[in-house]
Write a protein that binds this ligand. Sequence first.
Ligand code: DC
Length: 220
Amino acid sequence: MTKKNVIAIDGPVAAGKSIIGQYVATRLGFRYFDTGVIYRSVAWIVHRQNIDESDKLQIELVAAQMSLDLDTSNTNAVIVNGVIVSDELKTQEVTRLSSIVAALPGVRNSMTSLQRNIIDREDVVMVGRDIGSIIAPDAVLKIYLTASVESRARRRFGDLSDQGLDISFSQVLQETISRDERDSSRTDSPLVIPHDAISIDNSEMTIEETVDVILEHYRI
Ligand code: DC
């Protein structure tokens, strides 16, 4: 089996990883996979089954038993334990819970093999926090995508307001700072800049400009 190409895009919340990753994947004819979805799926089950968020063992068990398939008819949906989910993964509660479950070593362990199975199958642009550092250390290109915390909070505030959510900018800023803190300070697979990654700060860049810079690096 020939080795598949992986482009790893890691970075903090709301750095534009998803939209930029999707554009890069489309331009290259690669699959796009946002690994945040798998931690959100675990969080969704925890929420649905009313599992206490401090019950680490039960959460790790649920993650180990979780089945997750890509829904090939809808790139934004996944099939979790046989149920097609997409918007359910983006609620405020699932978002909050996802960074809690993502910090549990047992959860990360189960999710590692799941992600490596996807990598083995086809060329993929994989987006997350630890793709270049842990999941795909051999990735052909590693991008660390970031932007100032204010610009990221502004983007997220725009998205949430568009969804009709009644939330203030200062709340979104505070939440972004807390999620950064949780993602970077956990002991297992914290958000780090891989030593061989290309770091791009897109605070002042458009989506198209960022995509072009990434593609230039891929072609070098
Ligand atoms: O990117 P996102 O907001 O959808 O990610 C949801 C949570 O999952 C977030 O708290 C970070 C975590 N995550 C992670 O720890 N590792 C990944 N590869 C992807 C996401």
